[in-house]
Structures are given as structure tokens and as C-alpha cells.
Write a protein that binds this ligand. Structure first.
Ligand SMILES: Cc1cc2nc3c(=O)[nH]c(=O)nc-3n(C[C@H](O)[C@H](O)[C@H](O)COP(=O)(O)OP(=O)(O)OC[C@H]3O[C@@H](n4cnc5c(N)ncnc54)[C@H](O)[C@@H]3O)c2cc1C
Length: 467
């Protein structure tokens, strides 16, 4: 670990000169919400020495220069909804919250680009696009809370990635404050760019370790006029998951194909206090299609319905979107209500191997006597497996969790998968990353980090450690 300095009174004075007294917080009550993200458990909580809330990019640059000069760590933060403990100041220092940088700066209709500050809520970005008749296609389930800067820094996926890709595919450019405090624009409104390395895309998904995003250039597309959601219910998880490739091979490109296993469905049902269809024995696939012509969508839905029926579905229903998406989006909160401590795994595998992973998870759950609830962005090969602590004594949980994770990821890597599809590595998965990631790839990442952040002050101790 680098020899960092503490935040001194002098430094606090300088910070207040840059952003004003009321935007520098040091009291424990005000800093509590910034001491953790959506990951629960004592070891994931750490208070920063101060929280700073700049209002523009120039202020961010001055703060970063100050932190770099004083060898004080600085952690960029969005809404703190992350599942990787990546926006927490584990090595001390400053949290830089982007919540005051929440302006939509420009709607450029000619180029179909929206330019926003990082602290704009994802749902506000979607709304701003929609009001002008356009679609912003990034759609994490946390969109009512998360910020666009956080989405970019984690390369968030979500509910439209099958058709439109993850956040990466929506980002044309970013303005960045580098770890040394320089302000630079990477990319912009260009649809293509072969001018050297793809720096914009290096920043997407870098989890705040390579700089602070202060502006984002987002791709827009015309808003599809119609959406239809189908709920296909199967008697086993294998039958449900087996359908995913078949649906994708029809030539229909759904917006999403989401899987929920029966344990997850029943947990959500208890949490919401609402009856869900076939919750006694059903496993769900939620398939959404969107486009401009109702008849085309109806034909697509009929084709999917027939395919599911031929493959043993219990029922295929035209889903009530409000009800089914509330259920799907409540998965994490329902698990938290059942067990305050749980480990949200974010496995990604080639689509053809999801069924094998779900079967392996069930086998390992039995072996370790731990309950695992699963949902999947199934057509992306991305499985969210929440391992529940429930009544297990803490010492048993702490002993068993690394053992089961180790077996899970040995299997995942053996079938060509990886640790995280969309939540990132952060602090939470750092040890697994160092154990399972390709060593040459890790060496390349460390070299980039050292080159861009020579003092290792920008969100240190996340993704990997520097030896
Ligand atoms: C109920 C729930 C549902 C979720 N569903 C999804 C989902 O469907 N898909 C998905 O991908 N994720 C999902 N997540 C995880 C989380 O919401 C995403 O990772 C989201 O992108 C985080 O955004 P945030 O603003 O909360 O970022 P934070 O948690 O504040 O930060 C996340 C990371 O981004 C960095 N960061 C934040 N802002 C900046 C910036 N301006 N510049 C540089 N770095 C920055 C931080 O340092 C940190 O490394 C879900 C979480 C919850 C709680």
C-alpha cells in the first residue's frame, strides 16, 4: 500500500477555498451514506476523511491536483448503488461526490447526441431523450437511483443490452479529469474514430481508477413506438434457459430475455406481498420486443409463444409490464429483506453455458447448505446469483463464502466465463480478480494504471492491487 497522507486542516481550508465551506463535509452523520454502497457487511464499510461536492469540472480538476500534490486518495462517487464496493474510500482520503453536477448540457438533434454531467440520474437521462422522441438505451434496473457517471464508470448493463448493448455502446465521448488533475475530452460527437488508441472506451468500465468523468456524450436513437412483454413460464430452470438460444436463433432480436428462478420468484412474491403467476413451481423467462409496427411485434410474440409451447412451457402470458418489471427489479431488495447479508455474484459466461452454471450453483448450494437465488440477463450470459447468509452464523458464513466462490469461479472460468458481467470488481471482488484473471491481462491493466496515475491516488485498491 502506498504511503498516503491524511487530510490536514490546511488541505480542508484549501478545499473550502475551491468549492466553498458548505460543500466540504467531515461530520460522521453527513458522511455515513458515503461510507458504503449497496454491498452489505461490516468489512465493506469505511468512512472517508472528508466528502467534497464540487459543482463543475474546473473545481474537480483543482481538487484532484490538490489531492495528488498531497498524496491523498480520492474516490469518485455517483449515487452509491454499486454492487462492488467501488465507491468507498477503503484507503482513506476524500470521496468526491458528483451529485451537484447534475445538468443536462445539450441536446444535439442533428447528431442525435445528448451531453450531460455525471450526476444526472439515469432515469432523467432516459426522460430527457424520450421527451424529444428519442431513446437513450442504457437501462440498468437501478436507473431510478443510479447516476449516468456511475453507469459509464461501471459499464452498466441491464434490461436492454441484448438489442442495444451495454453502457459502453451508448458512450461516444467523455470529458475526464485525469489523476494528475488535467482536464481532457476523449471522443465527443464522432460516430467513428480511428485516431490512435480508443481512450474513451478505456475509461468506460474503469471504475473511477483512471480519472473522474465530468461530462458524457451519449448516443441517442429514434424512440421505438411499441413495446410488448411476454412472460413464458417453465417447469424447470433448465427448460427455461434452454429456450434462450432458440429464441435468439429465430432472427427476432428481443430487447431482453430475462430469467428468474423459482426461489427468486417466491422470495420476490413474499417481499411484494403480491401473487405472481405459477409461483408454486414456475421458472420465468421475460421476453421484450420493441419496434414501430404493432402487427410485426404481434407476429414476433406469436412465434415466441409457439416456440415456448413446443418446448414444454407451462404458460405464455402477455405480461402486465408494470407488474412483471416491478417483480424483476425487486429481486435484489427482496433478497436483502430475506437476508441482510448476501453475496451478489455477477457471473458472465457464453450464453450456451448458462444452464451448466445454474446447475452447478444448485449443486454447490446443496454441498455448502447455502441458499442461492438466481436471475439472469439470460441472452447476455449474465447470471446474478445471490448467495444468502440467512441464519448461518457469521463465522460459518465468513469461512464458507470464499470456499463456495472459489468452486463457482473455477467452474465459470473452465467454461470460458468471467467474474463480472456488469457490476465490476471494485474492492469486493479484488481477491477473486487477482486469483482468476489472466495474469498477462492483469499486467497490462497495472501498467496502464501506473502510467496514468503515477501516485496511485485515484480510487486506489480497486479492481487489483499494484504490487
Ligand atoms: C437494486 C439494484 C439494481 C441494479 N441493477 C443493475 C443492472 O441492471 N445493471 C447494472 O449494470 N448494474 C446494476 N446495479 C449496480 C449499480 O446500480 C450500477 O453499477 C451503477 O452503474 C452504479 O451507478 P452509481 O451512480 O450508483 O455509481 P457508484 O456506486 O457511486 O459508483 C460506482 C463506480 O463508479 C465510479 N464512478 C462513479 N461516478 C464516477 C465519475 N463521475 N467518474 C469516474 N468514476 C465514477 C465509482 O468510483 C465506482 O467505482 C444495480 C444495483 C442495485 C442496488
Amino acid at each position: 500500500m502506498a504511503n498516503y497522507n491524511k487530510v490536514t486542516q490546511n488541505m480542508l481550508r484549501e478545499l473550502k477555498e475551491i468549492i466553498g465551506e458548505r460543500s466540504v463535509w467531515t461530520s460522521p452523520e453527513k458522511m455515513e451514506p458515503y461510507s458504503h454502497d449497496a454491498v452489505t457487511g461490516e468489512k465493506y464499510v469505511k468512512y472517508p476523511e472528508a466528502v467534497v461536492l464540487p459543482g463543475n469540472a474546473e473545481q474537480v480538476a483543482r481538487i484532484v491536483k490538490l489531492a495528488n500534490r498531497n498524496l491523498v486518495p480520492i474516490v469518485p462517487r455517483g449515487a452509491g448503488t454499486g454492487y462492488a464496493c467501488a465507491a468507498v474510500a477503503h484507503e482513506g482520503g476524500l470521496i468526491l461526490s458528483t451529485e451537484k453536477m447534475d445538468r443536462i448540457l445539450e441536446f444535439d438533434e442533428q447528431n442525435m447526441v445528448l451531453v450531460v454531467e455525471p450526476g444526472v440520474r439515469t432515469s432523467e437521462v432516459q426522460k430527457a431523450a424520450q421527451e424529444k422522441g428519442y431513446l437513450y438505451a442504457g437501462e440498468p434496473s437501478s436507473g431510478d437511483s443510479s447516476f449516468i457517471g456511475g453507469n459509464v464508470a461501471t459499464n452498466a448493463g441491464g434490461l436492454k443490452a441484448v438489442k442495444y448493448g451495454t453502457t459502453r455502446q451508448q458512450v461516444l465521448g467523455v470529458q475526464l479529469v485525469t489523476p494528475e488533475g488535467e482536464l481532457v475530452t476523449l471522443g465527443g460527437k464522432l460516430k467513428k474514430d480511428a485516431t490512435g488508441y480508443g481512450m474513451t472506451q478505456l475509461i468506460v468500465g474503469s471504475e473511477g481508477t483512471l480519472g473522474i468523468i465530468t461530462k458524457v456524450y451519449l448516443r441517442l436513437m429514434p424512440q421505438p413506438q411499441q413495446v410488448m412483454d411476454l412472460l413464458a413460464i417453465f417447469p424447470s430452470s433448465a427448460a427455461a434457459i434452454g429456450m434462450v438460444a432458440k429464441i435468439m436463433q429465430t432472427g427476432i432480436t428481443p430487447v431482453c430475455v430475462e430469467f428468474m428462478d423459482n426461489r427468486g420468484i417466491r422470495c420476490v412474491e413474499d417481499f411484494l406481498g403480491e401473487k405472481l403467476p405459477h409461483s408454486d413451481n414456475g421458472h420465468y423467462l421475460i421476453v421484450s420486443v420493441e419496434g414501430d409496427h404493432e402487427t410485426v411485434l404481434e407476429e414476433q410474440c406469436m412465434a415466441i409463444d409457439e416456440l415456448c409451447a413446443e418446448n414444454g412451457s407451462l404458460a405464455v402470458l402477455v405480461a402486465d409490464p408494470a407488474k412483471i418489471w416491478k417483480a424483476r427489479k425487486s429481486f435484489g431488495e427482496a433478497n436483502r429483506a430475506r437476508s441482510l447479508i448476501f453475496s451478489a455474484e455477477d457471473i458472465v459466461v457464453p450464453m450456451s453455458r448458462i444452464a451448466d452454471v445454474v446447475e452447478k450453483l444448485s449443486e454447490l448450494g446443496q454441498k455448502y447448505n447455502m441458499t442461492i437465488h438466481c436471475v439472469a440477463h439470460a441472452a447476455d450470459g449474465n447470471i446474478h446469483a445471490d448467495i444468502m447468509k440467512e441464519e448461518l452464523p457469521l463465522e460459518v458464513w465468513n469461512r464458507q463464502l470464499p470456499l463456495i466462490q472459489n468452486e463457482i469461479y473455477q467452474f465459470v472460468y473452465s467454461v470460458g466465463g468471467k467474474l463480472s458481467g456488469e457490476h465490476g470488481i471494485g474492492y469486493k471482488r479484488l481477491e477473486l480478480m487477482e486469483k482468476f484473471a489472466n495474469p498477462v491481462e492483469l499486467k497490462m491493466m497495472r501498467a496502464i494504471k501506473k502510467a496514468l496515475d503515477p501516485n496511485n491516488i485515484m480510487n486506489p485498491g480497486k479492481i487489483f492491487r499494484l504490487e
